[in-house]
Ligand binder design. Structure first.
Ligand SMILES: C[S@@+](CC[C@H](N)C(=O)[O-])C[C@H]1O[C@@H](n2cnc3c(N)ncnc32)[C@H](O)[C@@H]1O
Length: 238
């Protein structure tokens, strides 16, 4: 399975009505609960659709901040009627917001440094990962070596695909050049010959996805920022 434009078009075609509904719901959540979103529309939609499509039993998120990305994952898990999300952050701003959103029944929040958990994660249990945390090169290098590498090895042993989305691979400052975190993650993927997909506004998929979404009736926006600096990729078997 390859995370390419054809796969993403398939997802949009399948989940377009849910995405339209999520736009209205998330707009309301942002205005009522002040989530201070650090996550743009297309990447939010991709995150939601990946969780819907792969129906993970156990997902990991680092890190929620005020919990905006968390609500997209939890909304998809609720629709799946299956799965748990464990989110790690050194601040607990997300806790009251996610609770107030009414989505916390499939959620466990852990207050603390996620790096402490790399040696003790049950890698065989993890089915889905979202990473949007400390954006330094050092942090990224460490999560590639100490978290993604063992997760990839375990996924191959278990013959499974683990979808991962990582934020801030691109940025408004560096544009089409990857950030320092981006360089670390893209090197990790290149060494293992793992393809990735981005909806970043600095790359050609962005206008193509806008057109695909428009034709499917996804014309509104949840919030105005359109950078979409994430990438998505699949660890484990192809
Ligand atoms: C960019 S914000 C996440 C934004 C969030 N995903 C959203 O949708 O709004 C980055 C978060 O990483 C957290 N963080 C930084 N270093 C961390 C660490 N070592 N362990 C856990 N969380 C960390 C910060 O506290 C912050 O809440």
């Amino acid at each position: 399975m390859t995370p390419d434009l054809a796969f993403v078009e398939y997802l949009y075609t399948k989940y377009r009505y849910e995405i339209q509904g999520m736009h209205a719901i998330q707009k309301q959540r942002i205005s009522q609960l002040d989530f201070k979103p650090h996550f743009d529309d297309m990447e939010s939609e991709l995150l939601y659709m990946l969780v819907r499509e792969f129906a993970p039993s156990f997902s990991i998120e680092f890190s929620p901040y005020f919990g905006y990305s968390t609500t997209w994952i939890l909304a998809a898990l609720r629709k799946n009627n299956n799965g748990l999300l464990k989110s790690f952050d050194i601040v607990d701003f997300s806790y009251p917001k996610v609770k107030a959103s009414g989505l916390a029944d499939r959620w466990e929040f852990v207050l603390g440094d996620v790096t402490q958990n790399y040696p003790i994660f049950e890698y065989a249990d993890i089915d889905f990962v979202f990473i949007d945390s400390d954006h330094t090169r050092e942090f990224a290098n460490r999560y590639c070596r100490e978290f993604l590498a063992p997760l990839h090895e375990q996924a191959i042993k278990s013959c499974k695909i683990i979808p991962v989305m990582t934020h801030d691979i691109y940025s408004w400052e560096t544009k089409e050049v990857p950030t320092e975190e981006g360089e670390e993650v893209l090197n990790f993927l290149k060494e293992r010959d793992i393809p990735y997909f981005t909806a970043s506004c600095f790359y050609e998929n962005f206008p193509k996805l806008k057109e695909i979404r428009g034709k499917l009736g996804i014309t509104s926006s949840v919030h105005a920022v359109e950078g979409n600096p994430s990438i998505m990729y699949f660890l484990g078997v192809r």
